[in-house]
Design a protein around this ligand. Structure first.
Ligand code: DHB
Ligand code: FE
Length: 290
């Protein structure tokens, strides 16, 4: 049976990837950002998953704005890293897990989530930056990756409540996979940031710190947040935080069956590019030693 060894939450700022690719992560500006991931990297090296389900938003890379499904899963065995306009990142292409991905599609459809199936999506910084933060500079990623895309770019967006429910169904779907696999679900994006308009550069650390506490201890309460509330309190792109609820929902499904998870790492730093960086690692209690 597949097991959930951890859920991980992180911002996916493209400049973080550029800092790593240009070996600037030791610079005074970047060091405090990366220092907050050192313990996580160490833990992941000792507890490398077989598969990461990466919950992220496509930034008009795999799909242009003419078609943006609420939820989509990449089912191929290989995903090409996209050129987002400044050259392809010099990181390996992620390999997929078609059998688990197709299982998830079927189970999620049966649970009432009409997933769009993507056969050959290119993947952007939303997926590659979290991998770099978790695994560092590598010649091949140490695990398979299943891209799970959530529309947070084109109204109407799925609600926070729908994202938590998707996560719960995702957790149940992972649990029902027959093969022994070590799976993790990573929720990406946020924290507060706004890239456009008169409020561009907006950060709200009070909201971010509250959100970090809530997602760990009271995830269900976060479903009361409307998109308008996310935009008002966390900036237009702060609405990416609904994707953290998918990962947390998956963990709730395992907790409902008696699994316990501990907070092994929490990190918050402002700024990285235009964004407040937030990160959490919630690890299965059986593995919860650093
Ligand atoms: C930035 C952050 C994002 O989440 C993103 O998708 C693009 C840019 C930024 O801070 O510059
Ligand atoms: Fe983003």
């Amino acid at each position: 049976m597949a097991q959930l060894s951890a859920t991980l939450y992180t911002s996916h700022v493209p400049a973080i990837g550029a800092a790593m690719d240009l070996a600037r992560d030791g610079d005074a500006y970047w060091k405090p950002v990366f220092d907050g991931y050192a313990a996580t990297r160490q833990w992941l090296a000792a507890n490398t998953p077989d598969v990461v389900v990466m919950v992220y938003n496509d930034h008009a890379t795999a799909m242009d704005y003419s078609v943006v499904p609420p939820f989509a899963i990449g089912v191929s065995d290989h995903f090409e890293i996209a050129d987002e306009g400044w050259g392809r990142r010099p990181v390996p292409d992620p390999l997929g897990h078609p059998a688990l991905a197709r299982h998830l599609v079927h189970r999620l459809m049966a649970s009432g989530f009409d997933m769009t199936v993507l056969h050959r999506p290119k993947v952007d910084h939303g997926l590659s930056v979290p991998l770099s933060l978790g695994f560092g500079r590598v010649s091949a990623w140490p695990c398979r990756v299943i891209p799970l895309m959530v529309n947070v770019v084109h109204a109407p967006l799925p609600t926070a409540a729908r994202c938590l429910a998707l996560g719960q169904a995702l957790g149940e779907a992972i649990r029902s996979y027959g093969e022994d696999l070590n799976v993790q679900v990573w929720g990406t994006g946020g924290m507060s940031h706004q890239l456009q308009g008169p409020r561009s550069g907006f950060i709200n650390s009070g909201f971010d710190r509250w959100f970090l506490d809530q997602i760990v201890h009271h995830p269900t309460a976060l479903t009361e947040l409307s998109h308008e509330a996310f935009v008002a309190q966390a900036g237009t792109e702060g609405a990416e935080l609904v994707m953290w609820l998918v990962a947390r929902g998956a963990q709730m499904a395992f907790q409902a069956e008696g699994d316990r998870f501990d907070e092994l790492q929490r990190h918050y730093h402002v700024p990285a590019s235009n964004t407040a960086v937030g990160h959490l690692l919630l690890a299965h209690r059986a593995l919860a030693t650093a």
